[in-house]
Design a protein around this ligand. Structure first.
Ligand code: ZN
Ligand code: ZN
Length: 917
């Protein structure tokens, strides 16, 4: 569906789609832009639409009030409250209820759920207003520069289901928005222009009216009215109003400040300016002039706003450098204020800076902020800046305070990581400076990806003269969308009723009778009902038998469960026959315990480590389970112990595990988005698994009734599997008991081998270690004492070649390399013409040791010899210095050959180096 054809569909009937009662009442006339052809509504006659208007509110606000960010919200929320709207709290900026988004990018996303590829709306109150913080990373480079771009902004969402109780439609919506501008902010109706537009997405569409004042778009009222396409559509049963207005912009227009940042970050800005001691107040008039010109012309210079900057400098009669001196500190402060606020919200809501997924962009802006502070030498500390944000926003977002300490922890860890990698980054920058190679955007991206070298650091060190305008955009594009998960599909099954899921009706059923409805591919049985749990939510399927034939896999496709039988089914099964199924009870019990243990461990990890811990993924099989959690570092032994101890305390408390089905919106309201540990739930009804007082998750798996049934949880291993993700591997129940027993018998075996007992094993082990060290030391002493004599023998035995080298080669598979290294070193000391080659058997490998005496070294190098011999032995080469080198290979059949032809080999090397040299 083309946007243009939709627009012409609606524009051809403006009275029906765009004209609202307010337009008639106040005398808004429909007009056509002479510059771009857009239609718009305004009281006064205008040649062009407001997109071409200048930003004349800068320095001269058209409002009767001056409202900072928080006060704008206060006025706005009380206005909507007076007009029968429910004012609700913001949703998290980390969008856990949609699989296709990392972050909440618009207020309407709060209420969108995806079902069967279609978006459905769940609006908790009707109508409502929400101050939704939104994160977007497609404008990183414009932040600070343009005066109005952000990585996080507050979108005030005025949301309404027109067809539900309390709902209203276009007339009332525009009437309210007009009244907000006129009666609350004091903007004259003549200043307001509504521009016609359309919106479409996820199979639905509608028209929209954007409203502008003096060139600044303040809000956009979207009326989602139809589904289908422009040729064939029908009216939705539930028509939705989604009016989104940027709070930063509303505040800006009342303040008339040079940029929207001064209005938005007011008190934060003031403090920062004080700390770093830059003078902005006396520049206010200049900045107003600059940003006004910039804003008016920005749309023509979007590809490289720096060209616009150069032009403005000319216009103001300044050199570019002189302009930068005034404007740049202001821009950088704005970037720092924006980026820290974004990080504050994202980390508070449980996201972690990392190299993967949504965390990627967080690390980009965090490192950018740190690099900027370095570049300007400003003594600011990110945690303190965040405290300023928390203080400023406390009445709007009191929840930020709750996670203050967790945010500090994460910022501290990330800052330390940045500092420790800085030295390496500076040395990379220096070597680049020497090479004088011109760096492309792709080069810079590669450097950021591989070493974390930010372009700001390269700018600081003079490697690049400017940061390419599309650097951050290209970087962000690499990491914006989720990978789509592909589930293999057996074959379409249609016309069948959903399988009745006995395992949900009664978790204790292990035997059942059912009718075969269909057999697919001669190996998949579809029954009318089943007690077999199919693979899903990280839980492996039940095994067992149907009519005595083994079931080797169970999967679910949409509503249908498929049972894979071990042998071709035609000999045993007929459609429409009743069969008897038996679920393997031991396997099911074991998986169920491992699964329940996963819930307990997930919360134990969060309690022990911090609020940023979420389940990243999980896998639950019969003898093994693993849980991947989001965490910044590898776990320490103490942390692992604490998690394990906490988890087992929960087991011992024998807490009841309750399972109830809730309507999704009720579940979210009652238990928050913490329930989405396993990802979003694609249905109206959510199965809530509640370990009373400990953990609540939406989950479709099998669980024990009380935590005590798990018996024991034992963590086997933890591993940091990727940046920001730690894996816990564990067993529970009988598997845990068996694990402990097998550890115990291994211990016993070791104790007996040491001639000791389990009780004294550490003592005995320490004793053996001491003895072992002593033997090694004695061996080295012996070698030293006799190596003078041995070296003399080596020198004697060496054969003199035509080229003047004295060659000695030996093979040994008994005494280790320690001895032969000591001997080689001694031998070339007493004989400077000696070339010493020792091949030592080291299990499956032949180790090559080469020493070359001082005189011979002038014509042949040890490293070259080690390399050639290694190649002959089937290895990949060796390494070392001119004097001493090592290598190796695995082809034992070549040992004899190598030693016998050592002289030829050396001659070849000499020849080839003469040719090349
Ligand atoms: Zn226009
Ligand atoms: Zn579960």
């Amino acid at each position: 569906m083309e946007k243009q054809s939709l627009l012409s569909l609606f524009s051809s009937n403006p009275d029906k789609y765009y004209k609202v009662s307010l337009f008639d009442e106040k005398g808004f006339k429909r007009q056509n832009c002479k510059l771009c052809g857009k239609f718009f509504w305004s009281i006064i006659d205008k040649k062009s639409c407001p997109e071409h208007d200048n930003y004349s509110f800068i320095g001269d606000p058209p409002t009767s009030k001056r409202l900072d960010f928080v006060n704008t919200w206060k006025e706005l929320s009380s206005f909507f409250r007076k007009n029968d709207h429910e004012v609700i709290q913001r949703y998290p900026v980390v969008c856990r209820w949609r699989e296709d988004l990392y972050f909440t990018i618009a207020s309407i996303v709060d209420f969108q759920r995806v079902m069967n590829g279609k978006i459905v709306f769940e609006i908790p109150k009707n109508p409502l207003v929400v101050p939704q913080m939104c994160l977007r990373f497609n404008d990183i480079e414009n932040v600070g520069l343009t005066g109005r771009h952000y990585t996080s902004f507050c979108m005030v969402g005025q949301t309404c289901n027109a067809d539900a109780p309390g709902g209203y439609w276009k007339d009332k919506c525009i009437e309210l928005d007009h009244s907000l501008l006129k009666d609350v902010l004091g903007i004259k109706s003549e200043e307001i222009t509504f521009v016609e537009d359309v919106w479409m997405g996820a199979g639905a569409f509608g028209n929209s009216l954007e409203y502008y004042v003096r060139g600044l778009e303040l809000g956009n009222a979207v009326f989602t009215e139809f589904e289908g396409d422009e040729h064939n559509y029908r009216t939705l049963d539930n028509r939705i109003i989604d009016m989104g207005a940027g709070l930063e912009r509303l505040s800006w227009i009342t303040m008339g400040s040079p940029t929207s940042y001064d209005a938005t970050f007011g008190p934060v800005f003031k403090k920062l300016v004080d700390i770093i001691g830059i003078d902005i107040d006396s520049k206010a008039e200049f900045l107003s002039r600059y940003f006004r010109i910039f804003s008016e012309n920005y749309s023509n210079y979007q590809n490289d706003p720096r060209i616009l900057k150069t032009n403005i400098a000319k216009e103001l009669g300044l050199s570019y450098e002189a302009l930068e001196k005034i404007v740049l500190p202001f821009e950088i402060l704005s970037i720092i204020a924006d980026h820290t606020r974004t990080l504050l919200f994202a980390i508070s809501d449980g996201s972690l800076p990392s190299n993967v997924g949504g965390g990627y962009n967080l690390r980009i802006i965090l490192r950018r902020t740190l690099a900027l502070l370095d570049r300007f030498g400003w003594n600011l500390n990110l945690e303190d800046i965040m405290d300023l944000h928390i203080e400023q926003l406390k009445s709007m977002y009191p929840e930020l305070k709750e996670h203050k300490n967790d945010v500090r922890t994460i910022i501290q860890i990330e800052s330390d990581r940045y500092s420790s990698s800085k030295e390496r980054m500076y040395s990379i920058a220096n070597s680049m400076l020497m090479s004088k190679k011109k760096q492309s955007v792709e080069d810079l991206i590669r450097m950021y990806e591989s070493d974390g070298t930010t372009p700001d650091l390269l700018l600081e060190t003079g490697v690049i003269e400017k940061i390419p305008p599309d650097f951050y955009l290209k970087l962000a594009e690499l990491h914006t969308s989720h990978e789509s998960k592909q589930i293999p599909v057996i074959k379409t099954v249609s016309g069948l009723n959903p399988t009745r899921l006995l395992y949900y009706e009664d978790g204790s059923i292990r035997e059942f009778d059912a009718k075969i409805l269909k057999i697919l591919e001669d190996k998949y049985l579809i029954l009318d009902k089943t007690a077999f749990y199919p693979r899903g939510g990280g839980q492996e399927p039940d095994f067992g038998s149907i009519e005595g034939i083994k079931i080797t896999d169970v999967i679910k496709q949409n509503d249908i469960v498929l049972h894979k039988v071990q042998v071709p089914s035609k000999d045993h099964f007929l459609e429409n026959k009743i069969v008897h199924g038996i679920v393997d009870n031991v396997r099911r019990r074991s998986i169920t315990k491992n699964h329940s243990a996963t819930h307990i461990l997930n919360s134990a990890a969060r309690n022990s480590l911090g609020s940023w811990v979420w389940q990243n993924s999980a896998f639950k099989d019969e003898h093994y389970a693993r849980l991947d959690i989001t965490h910044h570092s590898a776990l320490t032994k103490q942390e692992i112990n604490q998690i394990e101890r906490t988890a087992n305390e929960v087991v011992q408390r024998n807490l009841p595990i309750m399972i109830n089905v809730f309507e999704r919106s009720n579940a979210e309201e009652k238990y928050t988005f913490r329930i989405y540990q396993g990802g979003a739930v694609p249905s109206n009804n959510v199965r809530i698994v509640n370990i009373e007082g400990w953990d609540v998750e939406a989950c479709g798996g099998t669980h024990v009734n009380k935590t005590g049934e798990i018996g024991l949880i034992k963590i086997l291993k933890t591993e940091r599997i990727q940046d920001g993700v730690v894996r816990l591997e564990y067993v529970s129940g009988n598997n845990a008991f068996q694990y402990v027993q097998s550890q115990d018998s291994q211990l016993l075996h070791i104790a007996q081998s040491l001639g000791s007992s389990k009780e004294k094993i550490i003592e005995s082990f320490d004793k053996v270690t001491v003895e072992n060290d002593l033997i090694k030391r004695k061996f080295r002493m012996l070698v030293n004492r006799f190596s003078d004599n041995m070296a003399a023998i080596v020198s004697q035995k060496a054969t003199k070649s035509k080229s003047g080298l004295k060659i000695y080669g030996i093979y040994d598979d008994e005494i280790g390399d320690d001895y032969y290294i000591a001997l080689g070193e001694k031998s070339i000391d007493i004989d400077p013409f000696l070339v010493y080659v020792a091949l030592i058997r080291d299990q499956e490998r032949i180790k090559v040791i080469v020493f070359v005496g001082e005189e011979s070294r002038k014509i042949i190098k040890a490293s070259r010899i080690a390399k050639e011999i290694s190649l002959k032995l089937g290895g990949t080469g060796g390494g070392g210095t001119d004097k001493f080198a090592q290598g190796g290979g695995r082809d034992k059949s070549k040992i004899h050959d190598c030693l016998k032809n050592l002289e030829n080999l050396l001659t070849d090397i000499l020849d080839s180096s003469e040719k090349n040299g």
